[in-house]
Ligand binder design. Structure first.
Ligand SMILES: Cc1cc2nc3c(=O)[nH]c(=O)nc-3n(C[C@H](O)[C@H](O)[C@H](O)COP(=O)(O)O)c2cc1C
Ligand code: SF4
Ligand code: SF4
Length: 407
C-alpha cells in the first residue's frame, strides 16, 4: 500500500494532505455536506458561491441535464443553477465551526457580490473574520449572473477583473483566488489582469457556456423549464481538454499557483492537470455523479502512481509537460506514426477499413488473412488506431530521413 504522505501537496502558502479539493457547487451547498466530504478524505472544499442577502436568487426546475454513455457513465453535464441559497450569517457561523472541527482541512469561500466593489469588500471582510483560509472570487458563472453584469460578464473583461481583484485584495489579508471563465477568446490577458490586481492564485475553469440538447418531440431546448431554456454551463469529462488547455496556458504565462478544474473524475485526470501546471485540483460533477467516496480511488491511484514512478510527490511533477507544448510550426515533420495491426487480437470487424476509406486515405483492406495496410497509401493520420474497438492497431513512431524515406 502506497504511503499517504506521498500525496501531500503545496498550494501557494498551504500544505494539503492531498491535491483534491471540492469545487464550489452542489457538493458544497451546506456545511454538513462539507463535513461528510472532509470525513471522507477531501483535503479541502470551496463553499458554493456566497452572495449578499440582498442579492435575490431563485433557482429554476429542472436546472440540470446530462449527456451519458450507454452504461450511464457521465460524459457531459449542463447546469443553469445559481448561487448559494444559504444566508451570509449561516455561512459565517458555519465557517467558524468548520475551521474548529477540521483544523487541517482547507476551507475556501467562493463569493460574488453586486456591481459596487464595496459590496465585494464587505462580504470578503466578513468571510475573512469568520476564519476562511482563502476567498475565491467567482468571475466566471456563465448563466443567469452575466445578465446582471456579474459572473462571466466580469471574467470576460480584463479591466473589471483587475479592478475588482485590487479592491478586494487591498482590504483582505487572507489569500485570494480568482476563478476564471473559459468563455473568452484569450485567457492570458484575463489571467494577467487578475495577477496585476494582486490575486494569490488562479482557479480555472468554471463551466463552458452551452446548449446541451433539443427535445425532438417537443422541439423544446433542454433543460426545459416549461418549454423554455437558457444557455447553461457545461462540465464533466467532456470539458477536461478545455480545462487542461486553459490551465497550461495560465501556468506558462507566469508563476502564480493555479488550481485546475474541469472534467476531473479519476486520479489520471488530476495528474494530467498537475503535469499541465496545476498545484491542486477541484472536482464537482464527478462527485455529483458518484459521491464523495471517489476520493479513495483518487488518493490511492495517485499515491500508487507516484510510488511506481519513484516520485516523491505531486509537487515534483507540477508543470512537467509544459515545456513540451509548443507552436504547430515547430512540431517535427520528420516523425511519422506507422500503424501496426495485431492480427491475434483483431476481430475483423472492419471498422478501421471504413474509417480509413471514408475519413482517411483508403489504405486498409480486409483480406482472407485479416487486415492489410498499404503503407504507401497510408498518410499516418492515426485514425484507424483510434477507432479500433479491440485496440489492435498501434502507431509505431518512426523517424524519416530528409528525403522522406522511413529509417
Ligand atoms: C450544478 C453546478 C453548480 C455550480 N455552482 C457553482 C458555483 O456556485 N460557483 C462556482 O464558482 N462554480 C460553480 N460550478 C462550477 C464548478 O465549480 C466547476 O468549475 C465546473 O463544474 C467544472 O468542474 P467539473 O467538471 O469537475 O464539474 C457549478 C457546477 C455545477 C455542475
Ligand atoms: S493511419 Fe490513417 S491513413 Fe494510415 S491506415 Fe490508419 S487511418 Fe489509414
Ligand atoms: S478495427 Fe480493429 S478489430 Fe476491427 S478490423 Fe480493424 S484492426 Fe481489426
Amino acid at each position: 500500500m502506497a504511503s499517504e504522505s506521498r500525496i501531500r501537496t503545496t498550494l501557494g502558502p498551504f500544505t494539503l494532505e492531498n491535491p483534491f479539493i471540492l469545487a464550489s457547487g452542489p457538493p458544497t451547498a451546506t456545511a454538513d455536506q462539507i463535513r461528510h466530504a472532509f470525513d471522507a478524505g477531501w483535503a479541502g472544499a470551496v463553499i458554493k458561491t456566497i452572495r449578499p442577502d440582498e442579492m435575490v436568487i431563485t433557482d429554476v426546475s429542472p436546472r440540470f441535464s446530462a449527456w451519458k454513455d450507454r452504461d450511464s457513465t457521465l460524459l457531459g453535464f449542463e447546469n443553469i443553477e445559481l448561487l448559494s441559497k444559504k444566508s451570509v450569517s449561516y455561512w459565517l457561523i458555519e465557517i467558524s465551526k468548520l475551521r474548529r472541527e477540521f483544523p487541517d482541512k482547507l476551507l475556501i469561500a467562493s463569493i460574488m457580490a453586486g456591481a459596487d466593489p464595496a459590496e465585494w469588500q464587505d462580504l470578503a471582510l466578513k468571510i475573512q473574520s469568520a476564519g476562511a483560509h482563502a476567498i475565491e472570487l467567482n468571475f466566471s458563472c456563465p448563466h443567469g449572473m452575466p445578465e446582471r453584469g456579474l459572473g462571466a460578464a466580469i471574467g470576460q473583461q480584463a479591466d473589471l477583473v483587475r479592478e475588482l481583484t485590487t479592491h478586494v485584495k487591498k482590504i483582505t489579508t487572507i489569500p485570494l483566488i480568482v476563478k476564471l471563465t473559459p468563455n473568452v477568446t484569450d485567457i492570458i490577458p484575463i489571467a494577467q489582469a487578475a495577477i496585476k490586481g494582486g490575486t494569490d492564485m488562479i482557479s480555472a475553469i468554471n463551466t463552458i457556456q452551452c446548449l446541451i440538447g433539443i427535445d425532438l418531440d417537443t422541439f423544446f431546448p433542454i433543460p426545459s423549464v416549461g418549454g423554455y431554456s437558457t444557455y447553461g454551463g457545461y462540465s464533466g469529462p467532456a470539458v477536461k481538454p478545455v480545462g487542461l488547455r486553459v490551465v497550461s496556458q495560465i501556468a506558462q504565462a507566469g508563476s502564480t499557483p493555479v488550481i485546475g478544474i474541469g472534467g476531473i473524475s479519476s486520479w489520471n485526470d488530476a495528474t494530467e492537470y498537475i503535469l499541465a501546471g496545476a498545484s491542486a485540483v477541484q472536482v464537482c460533477s464527478a462527485v455529483m455523479w458518484r459521491g464523495y467516496g471517489i476520493i479513495r480511488e483518487l488518493t490511492t491511484g495517485l499515491s500508487e502512481y507516484l510510488e511506481e514512478k519513484g516520485l516523491s510527490g505531486p509537487d515534483v511533477i507540477r508543470g512537467k509537460a509544459l515545456s513540451q507544448i509548443t507552436s504547430h510550426e515547430t512540431l517535427n515533420r520528420n516523425i511519422r506514426g506507422v500503424p501496426f495491426v495485431n492480427q491475434d487480437t483483431c476481430t475483423k470487424c472492419g471498422t478501421c477499413v471504413i474509417s480509413c476509406r471514408d475519413g482517411g486515405y483508403q489504405a486498409i483492406r480486409m483480406t482472407n488473412k485479416g487486415v492489410a495496410i498499404d503503407q504507401e497509401r497510408c498518410d499516418n493520420c492515426s485514425l484507424c488506431s483510434l477507432v479500433c474497438p479491440s485496440k489492435s492497431i498501434t502507431m509505431i513512431s518512426i523517424r524519416m530521413d530528409r528525403q522522406g524515406a522511413k529509417s
